[in-house]
Each structure stands twice: as structure tokens, then as C-alpha cells.
Design a protein around this ligand. Structure first.
Ligand code: HEC
Ligand code: HEC
Ligand code: HEC
Ligand code: HEC
Ligand code: HEC
Length: 463
């Protein structure tokens, strides 16, 4: 018996089915054809012609450098080498979505593996003015869900969206955008999920969203990302533990004087990359931010038992400390205790001759695993979170250390909270051993001497 595969359907149903199938299969092709063209974006230098202060703040910021950042370039190359599993490849292919967003949205580079020399010049300028100020909202607050509505190039620049209700310029239309005043505009890139395994790789926005700077009924206590990061300028770190005064000034060179202009340095904790691009100002600002992030305190109550408690408090950051790429960042405690003869009786967190942190140190970071409990350095293989030891905003952790209690008359205790952008092991792996030594920043330190006779009666006997 001859039969048509469509024998159960009427003609109308067949046509409908074909239309639905076509929509499903060709839908993505149609939307691809609608990709924005690169000439719709205006270079940051053009914006800088009238917004010169904001331009110079943004220049050589981590946003400006996101495509050319040497560590990013090296890490993405390392990831792409030797990948076999297609799911892992999918993740490592997606980096350009945030690091080269103007290129990605206009079709080149589509993938991290595309030839970098072919990236249009404007797209090499990272996260730039016209990208952020053409955003109208976001369809998801992770993996860059920004929705854009740019103009049509130099002659028809379109509408630039921002915090003012009364901005006016002869050059471009302006519009107030509540979205630009919210943390969500930052969160859409500052929440990173693995595209295949859904592992949460970066959660800065989530940490802030469920934290005390968002969840408070007292409006004065609320601080958005912009409230800290876009108030900072040299000498004013603008963290939660330091004042965040208004920044009076002009948004445009010939614009009106305003009570507050949001700064565009976008300083986090990176002291290395701005220095590579000769911006010592931004390096110093990152140090100012880091040194106003945390507090250290000692609890010596049980010192006679040979126990010392160190309390580390996240006093300055609006998210976990550290945050962002915390499988790579290193924040750790260096503790040295000496007796009255200067003999070291306890030591942890020192660097060895290669600059690697010695085993057993107290490190605040995250460690990803391959799904079978084995730690992985390559985030494209990250299927699980094996360790997450960080400090939530306004919270403290207590670290108890135990040292040898001999006949000691006096203790000299030195505790340092240290930070560096990456393990020296990783730098050696991607750039070659000893090629680049990362600086270590002292975020906070305590040095104190405790005379045993000054402590309680019976202390010496006990010790
Ligand atoms: C959803 C957006 C997003 C995607 C996709 C993304 N990143 Fe990032 N990346 C960020 C953000 C945000 C930071 C800054 C976080 C911080 O400073 O801790 C960052 C920082 C980095 C850094 C640190 C650079 C430095 O100088 O310290 C490296 C390396 C990096 N990313 C590599 C990658 C690679 C490789 C991929 C692709 C597998 C990727 N990123 C995909 C948002 C993204
Ligand atoms: C990462 C996204 C981002 C980038 C890149 C960016 N801006 Fe902004 N800009 C913002 C946000 C967000 C605000 C408003 C902050 C608020 O209201 O909380 C803002 C505010 C402004 C304002 C209003 C005045 C002020 O500063 O308060 C102007 C003008 C402006 N930006 C111009 C620029 C120019 C020019 C560049 C490039 C040199 C640039 N922006 C790059 C996000 C960005
Ligand atoms: C010819 C000069 C000129 C150029 C070029 C220019 N702007 Fe402006 N822009 C202005 C002036 C003037 C204002 C109004 C400032 C004010 O009212 O304080 C303004 C305001 C803004 C605002 C605030 C909008 C609001 O409603 O909050 C943003 C954002 C902005 N510009 C972004 C950009 C971006 C992005 C570019 C480059 C694509 C750019 N501008 C290029 C002159 C210019
Ligand atoms: C289009 C995606 C995107 C948006 C939107 C975005 N960022 Fe970023 N941001 C990044 C990437 C990617 C990096 C890391 C660049 C690198 O290290 O190579 C970064 C870096 C930073 C850094 C520097 C981190 C460090 O280690 O020093 C800060 C601070 C920052 N962003 C704050 C913000 C704030 C505040 C907003 C919102 C006003 C915002 N970002 C919006 C993608 C984005
Ligand atoms: C209360 C002030 C405050 C708020 C609010 C805040 N931050 Fe931060 N941020 C800091 C401080 C202080 C640091 C430096 C210490 C550190 O690295 O965490 C920092 C560091 C960072 C870094 C660099 C982290 C690293 O070590 O690589 C990024 C990226 C960042 N912030 C993004 C954001 C984003 C996105 C938001 C909003 C969701 C936000 N911040 C809200 C104070 C704040």
C-alpha cells in the first residue's frame, strides 16, 4: 500500500506545519541577518570631543581594555588550545560577548577563535561609550543580555540614554533612562554563567542583589554599583567604609554645571593592566580601593592556649570580597609570629622563591571542579564549584590558628591581608615562567607585640 507521510493531515495543516518549521529553523537566520552593522557605532573619540573629562577617565580603564587585556587574551588562547569536548568549546567561544561587545553584536568577532587582526578598529576599544549609552534595557541579568538601539553613525547619532531628565545637545538626542541608574545595567555582564554547564563563574551582581546594600528599607543605606564605582576619583576611593561625596562638574565641556557627574574610571582591584598601558593613576586608584575594602582584628583571648583568632571583615565592598573572577583572584592572610628572640614560631601565607603561595595558606577564593571532584584551572571545563571561601558584604570571618606554646616571654604578631590579580602559577603558565611577576597589594595589616607578663596572671605558667 502506497502511503504519503502526510496522509493524516489536510492541506491547511501541512501549510501551517511548513510555516512553523520554517519559523523554527530559519528564525535564527533571519535574526542573524538583522545583526547591527558596525557603522552604527560612533567611536569613543568622537564622544570625547565634547565629553573630554569622562573620556579621559574611561581611557585605559578595564572597560576600554577589555578586548586587549593581555591576561584575557592569553587565558582565552590557553583555553582554546587542546579542547575536545564540544560543550567546553561552546563556553570558550563565548568570551567576546562581553570582552568585545561592539564586535560581537555586529558580527565580528562572532567567536573568540576568530582572527583577532580582522576585528574592526572600533570594536577593539572594548566596552565603550556608545555601547552602554545605546542600551535600552536587558532581557537577562547574566551573560550580557543588553538590548541596544544605537543610531546610524556620525551623521545620525540617535538617542544617548543617561541619568538626566533635562540634558540637551545639538549633536544627539538625549533621554532619561532609569535603567542606567540601576545596578542591573552592570549586572548583565557582571554575572557570568557557563553556557553549557550553567556553572556560576562570576556572581558579582547576585552577591550585591542579595546583600545589605540592596536589601534595606533605609534608602540612605542603599548603594548601587554606580554608587561606589562611579563616585571614585583620585583621592576619593568611594567604598562603603569611606565617604562618597558628590562630584560637582560638567557632563559635557559646554554643558551646565551639575551637582553630580558619575565618574567613568571603573576601578576594581586590577593594578596590573592599567600599568601595562601606562596608567599609573588608575593603578593608584585600584590600590586606594583595595586598601579601603577590609578590616583586620585580633582576638587574643586564648593566646595562652597557643591560639590566635584573626577576624577579617568585608567593610568596603558591595559584594563578596573578593568578587568577579575569584577562581583566579587571590586574597590571603600572611601571618608571622615571633618570640622575644625573633625566632619564628608560626608562619603562613609567605611566597616561595617562584612567587607561589606556600601550601596551607588561608586563601579567599573559589575553586572549580571537572564534575568528578578534580580542580580545574580552565573555566571552560568548570562543571562544579568545589570551594567558595569569600566574605559577604558587611560580614566577618574568624580564622583560628594554633601555634607552639613554649616558654615564651613575648610574642610579636604580624598579620597582613594580601591581594593579587592572579596566581603566579597561572601567569607563568600563560606567559612563560618568570616573564611577568605580579605585584602583591597589602590591603590591611596589623603588627603588635604582646608581653606575656602584661597579660593575665598565670599566663606564663600556662604557656
Ligand atoms: C558575561 C560577561 C563575560 C563573559 C561571557 C566573559 N567574561 Fe571575562 N570578565 C568579565 C568580567 C565582568 C570580568 C571582570 C571581573 C573581575 O574583575 O574580577 C572579566 C574578567 C576576565 C579576566 C581577568 C582579566 C584580568 O586582567 O584580570 C579574564 C582572564 C577573563 N575575563 C577571561 C574570559 C574568558 C577566557 C572568557 C570566555 C571563556 C570570558 N572571560 C568570558 C565578563 C565576562
Ligand atoms: C559600562 C557602561 C558605560 C560606559 C562604557 C560609559 N558609560 Fe557613561 N554612564 C554609564 C552609566 C551607568 C551612567 C549613569 C550612572 C547613574 O546614573 O547611576 C553614565 C553617565 C554618563 C553621562 C551623564 C553624566 C554623568 O557622568 O553622570 C555621560 C555624559 C556619559 N555617561 C558619557 C559617557 C562617555 C562619553 C563615555 C565614553 C568615554 C561613557 N559614558 C562610557 C555607563 C557607561
Ligand atoms: C557635539 C558635542 C557632543 C558629542 C560629540 C557627544 N555629546 Fe553627549 N552630550 C552633549 C551635551 C552638550 C550634553 C548635555 C550635557 C548636560 O546637559 O549636562 C550631552 C549629554 C549626553 C548624555 C546624557 C544624557 C542624559 O539624558 O542623561 C549622554 C549619556 C551622552 N551625552 C553620551 C554621548 C555619547 C555616548 C557620545 C558619543 C557617541 C556623545 N555623547 C557625543 C554633547 C555631545
Ligand atoms: C558589556 C559588558 C559590561 C557592562 C555592561 C559592564 N561591565 Fe564592568 N567589566 C566588563 C568586563 C568584560 C570587564 C573586565 C575587563 C578585563 O578585565 O579584561 C569589566 C571590568 C570592570 C571593572 C574592573 C574590575 C577590575 O578587576 O579592576 C569594574 C570596577 C567594573 N567593570 C564595573 C562595572 C560597573 C559599575 C558597571 C555598570 C555601570 C559595569 N561594569 C558594566 C564588562 C561589563
Ligand atoms: C559599597 C561599595 C561597592 C558597591 C555597592 C559595589 N562595589 Fe564593586 N568593589 C568595591 C570595592 C571596595 C572593591 C575592591 C575590593 C574587591 O576586589 O572586592 C570592588 C571591586 C569590584 C570589582 C573587582 C573585583 C576583583 O577583585 O577583580 C568588580 C568587577 C566590581 N567591584 C564590580 C561591581 C559591580 C558590578 C557592582 C554592582 C553589582 C559593585 N561592584 C558594587 C566596592 C563596591
Amino acid at each position: 500500500m502506497k502511503s504519503s507521510p502526510f496522509r493524516y493531515f489536510g492541506k491547511k495543516q501541512i501549510i501551517l506545519t511548513v510555516i512553523i518549521f520554517a519559523a523554527i529553523f530559519f528564525g535564527p537566520v533571519f535574526s542573524y541577518a538583522e545583526k547591527l552593522t558596525i557603522d552604527r557605532f560612533i567611536s569613543p573619540e568622537t564622544c570625547g570631543d565634547c565629553h573630554s573629562t569622562i573620556y579621559s577617565q574611561w581611557q585605559n580603564s578595564m572597560h576600554h581594555l577589555s578586548h586587549n587585556d593581555p591576561l584575557y587574551v592569553a587565558v582565552s588562547r590557553y583555553m582554546l588550545s587542546g579542547l575536545t569536548d564540544s560543550e567546553e568549546i561552546a563556553e570558550s567561544e563565548s568570551c567576546v560577548k562581553c570582552h568585545t561587545p561592539v564586535g560581537n553584536i555586529t558580527g565580528y568577532p562572532e567567536k573568540t577563535s576568530d582572527d583577532r587582526t580582522k576585528v574592526p578598529e572600533i570594536a577593539t576599544k572594548g566596552i565603550q561609550c556608545d555601547y552602554c549609552h545605546s542600551a535600552t534595557g536587558a532581557d537577562k541579568i547574566f551573560n550580557n543580555g543588553l538590548i541596544l538601539s544605537p543610531g546610524h553613525g556620525q551623521d545620525d547619532p540617535g538617542t544617548k540614554r543617561g541619568p538626566f531628565k533635562d540634558a540637551s545637545s545639538d549633536y544627539h538626542e538625549s533621554a532619561f533612562s532609569a535603567f542606567h541608574t540601576e545596578a542591573k545595567i552592570c549586572g548583565t555582564c557582571h554575572n557570568v554563567s557557563h553556557v553549557s554547564f550553567n556553572t556560576k563563574l562570576e556572581t558579582t551582581y547576585d552577591e550585591w542583589e542579595k546583600g545589605p546594600y540592596n536589601n534595606t528599607t533605609d534608602e540612605k543605606q542603599k548603594i548601587t554599583c554606580q554608587g561606589c564605582h562611579m563616585y571614585q576619583r583620585p583621592g576619593i576611593p568611594a567604598t562603603a567604609s569611606t565617604p562618597r561625596p558628590l562630584n560637582k562638574g560638567k557632563a559635557a565641556d559646554d554643558g551646565p554645571l551639575r551637582d553630580h557627574i558619575f565618574t567613568h574610571y571603573f576601578i576594581g582591584a586590577n593594578t596590573v593592566v592599567p600599568t601595562n598601558f601606562k596608567s599609573t593613576e588608575k593603578r593608584d586608584m585600584a590600590i586606594e580601593r583595595l586598601t579601603n575594602s577590609a578590616n583586620l582584628a585580633l582576638d587574643t583571648l586564648k593566646i595562652k592556649e597557643g591560639k590566635l583568632v584573626i577576624i577579617v571583615t568585608n567593610s568596603g565592598a558591595g559584594h563578596y570580597l573578593p568578587t568577579g573572577l575569584t577562581d583566579v583572584r587571590q586574597m590571603w592572610l600572611e601571618i608571622v609570629i615571633k618570640d622575644e628572640k625573633k625566632n619564628i614560631i608560626y608562619s603562613t601565607g609567605k611566597l616561595d622563591k617562584d612567587g607561589y603561595i606556600t601550601k596551607g595558606a588561608i586563601i579567599y577564593n573559589t575553586v572549580f571542579g571537572d564534575g568528578k571532584g578534580k580542580p580545574v584551572l580552565n573555566i571552560s571545563k568548570a562543571r562544579e564549584i568545589l570551594k567558595d571561601k569569600r566574605i559577604p558584604p558587611k560580614e566577618s570571618v574568624r580564622e583560628e590558628i594554633v601555634f607552639q606554646k613554649k616558654n615564651i616571654k613575648q610574642l610579636t604578631i604580624s598579620v597582613k591581608l594580601l591581594y593579587r590579580s592572579a596566581p603566579q602559577e597561572l601567569i607563568d603558565l600563560v606567559f612563560g615562567k618568570g616573564k611577568d611577576i605580579l605585584p602583591v597589594i597589602t590591603m590591611e595589616q596589623i603588627k603588635t607585640t604582646i608581653k606575656i607578663s602584661n597579660v593575665r596572671l598565670g599566663f606564663c605558667m600556662y604557656l
